[in-house]
Design a protein around this ligand. Structure first.
Ligand SMILES: Nc1nc2c(c(=O)[nH]1)N[C@H]1C(S)=C(S)[C@@H](COP(=O)(O)O)O[C@H]1N2
Ligand SMILES: [Mo]
Length: 326
């Protein structure tokens, strides 16, 4: 699993027990129950998912022409992408976010831009969404735990927001601070991470056109469990860099410590680039399971350097020792 050693929880271990296979079996079982209940109740996961899909506002974008933004792979089923999540503010089980995030209040939503900028600013969601034309991009997301998905995201390059923010010449890093509201987020009662969840990118990484600010997926606004109303998608890095439900963007002169580095510095580095040659201390990162390729017998896929985006982003790391800067 994703959790550091000695964190005080008893969790199933990584890859061997294929948590996604367990999840898939449970999901199929819940679908059976939902069918049996035949609409008489909304208490099952499948029925709730159907309702959530039906009530999430539509969103559309033009097909992105950014190089690398259109994998030809088949997108993961929406139900899997919205039912199997990591969003620890709502709990550490994969089903917790879908179950507990539905009450997240995303309106009004303000994002403050601070730190090394010409002048600090506040953006409401509408203002942010108007900074550039929305695009659809189909990116793989590779979780450090060994599973991956293919998701049609809606948003635009983070660089548009960075340009609007007018960082000063001192800005070398961008930090993303996410919502931490104990009233809405039951997971904040746990000490598994220090809240708020924070992530960061080096400035040139953040300016890369593939680094995406996301407002929607599958032709709709983001569901709460996927990080509504705005999150990152940084496709060449492990999933935990893609911070959800962002409320603050800070430009910094010094490299900040991220939540996962703080929790377990020997397991999670600042860069977190997908790299099949650098193992997690407790498991191999050489292969992955694609969610939806169900079952215990589904073949693992080899993990690609930079999650398959090496041609686009490799130059950002030229000359760096990626074993040291993991
Ligand atoms: N605020 C916040 N963002 C987060 C996380 C989290 O726990 N809290 N989990 C991360 C991890 S580990 C992954 S793999 C992705 C999962 O995104 P998805 O649920 O949309 O697939 O979100 C990332 N963003
Ligand atoms: Mo992850």
């Amino acid at each position: 699993m994703h959790l550091p050693r000695n964190h005080g929880f008893s969790h199933p271990r990584s890859s061997e027990i294929t948590p996604e296979a367990v999840y898939a079996a449970r999901r199929d079982w819940l679908r059976q129950i939902a069918l049996a209940a035949a609409g008489s109740t909304l208490s099952t996961w499948a029925a709730r998912d159907a309702l959530a899909t039906a009530t999430t506002p539509a969103l559309s974008g033009v097909r992105s022409t950014v190089a690398g933004a259109q994998t030809m792979e088949k997108p993961t089923d929406r139900g899997d992408a919205t039912g199997y999540n990591n969003f620890y503010e709502f709990g550490t089980d994969k089903s917790d976010p879908a179950e507990h995030a539905q009450t997240l209040r995303t309106q009004p939503w303000v994002v403050t831009v601070e730190g090394e900028v010409k002048s600090p600013r506040r953006f409401d969601l509408d203002a942010l969404m108007k900074l550039a034309a929305l695009e659809e991009r189909i990116y793989r997301l590779r979780c450090v735990e060994g599973w991956s998905m293919v998701i049609p995201w809606l948003g635009f390059s983070l660089s548009h927001l960075i340009k609007a923010a007018q960082p000063t010449g001192n800005a070398k890093f961008v930090q993303f601070v996410t919502l931490a509201d104990a009233q809405q987020m039951p997971g904040l009662g746990s000490r598994v991470l220090a809240w708020p969840y924070v992530e960061a990118l080096r400035m040139d990484e953040a300016m890369h056109p593939l680094a995406m600010l996301v407002f929607g997926m599958y032709g709709q606004r983001l569901p709460p469990q996927n990080g509504a109303p705005l999150r990152l998608a940084v496709p060449w890095k492990y999933g935990f860099k893609s911070a959800k439900s962002i409320v603050q963007i800070r430009f910094l002169a010094q490299q900040p410590v991220t939540s996962w580095e703080r929790a377990a510095p020997s397991e999670y580095g600042f860069y977190s680039n997908v790299n099949p040659q650098v193992d997690h201390p407790r498991w191999s990162q050489a292969s992955e399971r694609r969610i939806g390729e169900d079952g215990l017998f589904a073949k693992k896929r080899p993990t690609l350097m930079f999650n398959g985006y090496e041609a686009q982003v490799g130059a950002l790391y030229a000359g760096m020792d990626l074993k040291r800067f993991y």
